[in-house]
Design a protein around this ligand. Sequence first.
Ligand SMILES: NC(=O)c1ccc[n+]([C@@H]2O[C@H](COP(=O)([O-])OP(=O)(O)OC[C@H]3O[C@@H](n4cnc5c(N)ncnc54)[C@H](OP(=O)(O)O)[C@@H]3O)[C@@H](O)[C@H]2O)c1
Length: 259
Amino acid sequence: MDLGISGRVALVLGGSKGLARSCASHLAQAGVRVVLNGRDATAGERAAAELGNGALFLQGDLSAPGVVGSVIAEAQARAGAISILVTNAGGPPTGQFTDHSIDTWRAALEVNMLSAIGATQALLPAMIEQGFGRIVNITSFAVKEPYPNMALANSVRAGLTGAMATLAREVIDRGVTVNNVLPGLMATGALDRVIRARAAREGITEEAAAAALAQSVPARRLGKADDFGPICAFLCSVHAGYITGQNIAVDGGLARALL
Ligand SMILES: NC(=O)c1ccc[n+]([C@@H]2O[C@H](COP(=O)([O-])OP(=O)(O)OC[C@H]3O[C@@H](n4cnc5c(N)ncnc54)[C@H](OP(=O)(O)O)[C@@H]3O)[C@@H](O)[C@H]2O)c1
């Protein structure tokens, strides 16, 4: 299917690896010029070269003050007006509610909520001026069903979901859609860290920890990056102009919420 977005520019925050990279790759295949961001410049430059279609990598740690703004300024200067924004970053540390200091809560808010809000604030005016904008936030199935030992993710991602649900209804009449894609248990970097932590905690091998997680999914397997990228790219397409404020789980049936 032609996504109808060839020639547009997308910024994919935290886009050099994993799920967001798969989204970036499907956008590039649709003719979009993609600007990737991440902390590790070697991996990022390699990812941009592999995407092709003029893709750029901009190094920057989204947890550091001012980085969202400087990445956006450089992306606009080098690639032109941005009409597609995919927000992503590494997930917060695992642990129970009482495990985290208030500073750790604040850091999670900064990386997993405020970076997405800041990027959206910066890019919305240009999207509205173009009469076309697509914002896709990578959140988590945990917004439908809080997951054990994930107090920070359960909380902070719910906050972002509320903010984006509000914005979605404020800008749809200007051609800008706002949606969230919710990964389940996907065999990419974030879950690798969860598997390692679980294996260490329970004294089992990483293979056993991964198998136990896979068995907890109705699909009986972990998700792949390529299960995720196509729907993320579709939400950025011209065909998705009447879809907004949605939370679309890509989770093999994991979250059992009715809606
Ligand atoms: N995989 C799952 O099962 C799962 C489930 C639920 C939710 N999620 C969430 O979905 C998101 C993507 O997961 P994933 O598995 O694709 O993760 P991943 O493979 O670790 O990729 C994360 C990407 O974000 C970049 N990144 C991380 N922290 C950053 C920061 N502070 N500033 C800028 N870039 C940053 C990473 O690049 P650098 O390392 O070079 O910075 C990388 O490109 C995460 O927020 C994760 O918590 C994942």
